[in-house]
Design a protein around this ligand. Structure first.
Ligand code: NAD
Length: 518
């Protein structure tokens, strides 16, 4: 396909061009609600050409011009809240509140945040050098957009984990091609329409629907790839990007621990353990996936968890206040949860709540919200990412054991520590091998777009949010402007013995003599 032809992704029926389609399901009911094109490598390559052609004009708008469109989009999201929330719900099966709290409201915040903060984060930086040879020269670090950014998203947060990364890339002056998960492509299409209404120039932001091969093809044609998804796919993305030396930023899986110390506020710890393990059906990369409780307060903590679980309805959400936990989004994720529960039961765990697939015979993909006790690290539920409504609680002898077990994981995304002694809580937090740790809280660090968020160990590479969350979409360009200088510098040809000796003395003087050696 040539780019002069009508762009495939903009046609009413792009699938007619490639022939391939993806059926999009409402996972709460099993009903097919839409079809989207499964784009192939040729179309992705053509989209890259369109994006590259549009990028210089977008960059030329400057922070102010780009910010205006992003701020209009923030307003658009306010005006179209129901459309967006209902679209997210329809393709994920999540509850109204989950879609509102963690998708829609995040997008609302992010469009405004990056529009307002990009100019400061990417402002030229004046650098001062102690190097005497550089006196009289102006040193500047600037951030120049890389050009075309590929964003590949997962299915659990079709707005937050796709647009959350696309927005700063756009604010920096890049064109973006977003490949949403094939499971949840509809939210991206709705927001693409919104951006068009807000005046986003054609080709600057494109949505490439497709499966894994479309994502792989995208890696080949962009200047940088921002990937969010499983650790296994992240490794494949990185290997592929190595072929073209394309930089990658990877936000991957997790197995986040929550530690309850003996002096913790148990009411708060229990409500946080329940809410943040069940929120979004447990399908959050930074969900609470395992809990360690110090022995003296274990029984009381478990009782409080059980009391909290009584309020949890696991129904199809029809609107505000109708269900706490929705369906699972991805069919095979139900199998993972079931496998982890069965494995734990076979090894001696007790099921206190749930434990079975849910809504059997009614369509959709459901697993009951489940609490397990008597668990240990021989069980998959404590060592592998479950990514479902499962809360395994383990008794530990003391804080040292909790820290050791929390760190006994290939993952290191996030963690939580509960203690009334803030100094002890923070000391424990600093020993956890994770990219983000909350004390007496969980997950809400993600709301601070000023605070970097990224995984340690197998949970990722690079960060989102904060200065690093936008600078990664830029080439750091160093400028040296020589203002005051001689016609002929002393260190240049011809080399002369007297000058060489004088320079030697000068280097020693500058770099050694004045500073005592520790
Ligand atoms: P996934 O890895 O299966 O898919 C993610 C995306 O990669 C999809 O768009 C998919 O089509 C695409 N893809 C598949 N094969 C590809 C390939 N070879 N090359 C390029 N792209 C390819 O992940 P998922 O199941 O959609 O999402 C769930 C996972 O995402 C969980 O592990 C979760 O922890 C993780 N996640 C991490 C974060 C984070 O910020 N760290 C956030 C959300 C989700």
């Amino acid at each position: 396909m040539s780019v002069q032809e009508p762009a495939v992704h903009e046609s009413d029926d792009p699938a007619a061009v490639t022939g391939a389609e993806i059926a999009v399901q409402n996972p709460a009911t099993g009903e097919i609600i839409a079809h989207v094109p499964d784009l192939d490598a040729a179309v992705i390559t053509a989209m890259a050409t369109v994006g590259r052609a549009a990028q210089p004009g977008w960059n030329a708008l400057g922070f102010e011009g780009r910010g205006r469109i992003l701020l209009r989009m923030q307003k658009w999201l306010t005006d179209n809240a129901e459309l967006v929330i209902r679209t997210v719900m329809s393709e994920t099966g999540k509850t109204y509140e989950d879609a509102q709290l963690a998708d829609w409201s995040y997008g609302l915040n992010a469009f405004g945040f990056w529009a307002r903060n990009a100019p400061d984060y990417l402002a030229d930086e004046r650098v001062r050098s102690a190097q005497v040879m550089l006196k009289g020269k102006r040193l500047v670090l600037r951030y120049k957009p890389l050009g075309l950014i590929g964003v590949i998203g997962p299915w659990n947060y079709p707005l937050t984990n796709s647009f959350g990364d696309a927005i700063p890339a756009l604010a920096a002056g890049n064109a973006v091609i977003l490949k949403p998960s094939e499971v949840t492509p509809l939210t991206s299409q709705v927001l693409l329409e919104g951006l068009r209404e807000c005046g986003m120039p054609e080709g600057v932001f494109q949505v490439a629907t497709g499966r894994g091969p479309a994502g792989a093809a995208l890696v080949d044609v962009v200047d940088m790839i921002m990937f969010t998804g499983s650790t296994e796919t992240g490794k494949r993305v990185m290997a592929r990007a190595a072929q073209t030396l394309t930089p990658v930023s990877l936000e991957l899986g997790g197995k986040d621990p929550l530690i309850v110390m003996a002096d913790a506020d148990l009411d708060r710890a229990a409500s946080h353990a329940v809410f943040y393990s069940m929120f979004n059906g447990g399908q959050t990369c930074i969900s609470v996936e395992r809990v360690y409780v110090e022995e003296p307060v274990y029984d009381e903590f478990v009782a409080k968890v059980m009391a909290n679980m009584k309020a949890v309805r696991n129904e199809i959400s029809t609107g505000p206040g109708t269900s706490e936990v929705g369906s699972m989004t991805f069919a095979s994720q139900v199998d993972v949860v079931e496998r982890h529960v069965q494995d734990a039961k076979a090894k001696g765990a007790q099921v206190l709540v749930g434990g079975e697939r849910g809504h059997e015979g009614q369509g959709g993909h459901w697993h009951q919200p489940t609490v397990l006790v008597d668990v240990d690290h021989t069980m998959q539920c404590m060592t592998e990412e479950t990514f479902g409504p499962l809360l395994p609680i383990m008794k530990v002898a003391d804080t040292e054991e909790a820290i050791r077990l929390a760190n006994d994981s290939p993952y290191g995304l996030a963690a939580s520590v509960f203690s009334r002694d803030l100094a002890r809580g923070e000391a424990v937090a600093r020993r956890i091998e994770a990219g983000a740790v909350c004390v007496n809280d969980a997950l809400v660090n993600y709301l601070a777009l000023e605070l970097p968020m990224g995984g340690a160990k197998a949970s990722g590479m690079g960060t989102r949010h904060g200065a690093g969350g936008i600078r990664k979409y830029c080439q750091q360009q160093s400028l040296l402007i020589s203002r005051v200088h001689m016609k002929h510098e002393v260190h240049m040809f011809p080399y002369r013995r007297s000058v060489t000796k004088a320079l030697g003395r000068a280097f020693k003087l500058m770099n050694g003599r004045r500073r005592p050696v520790p």
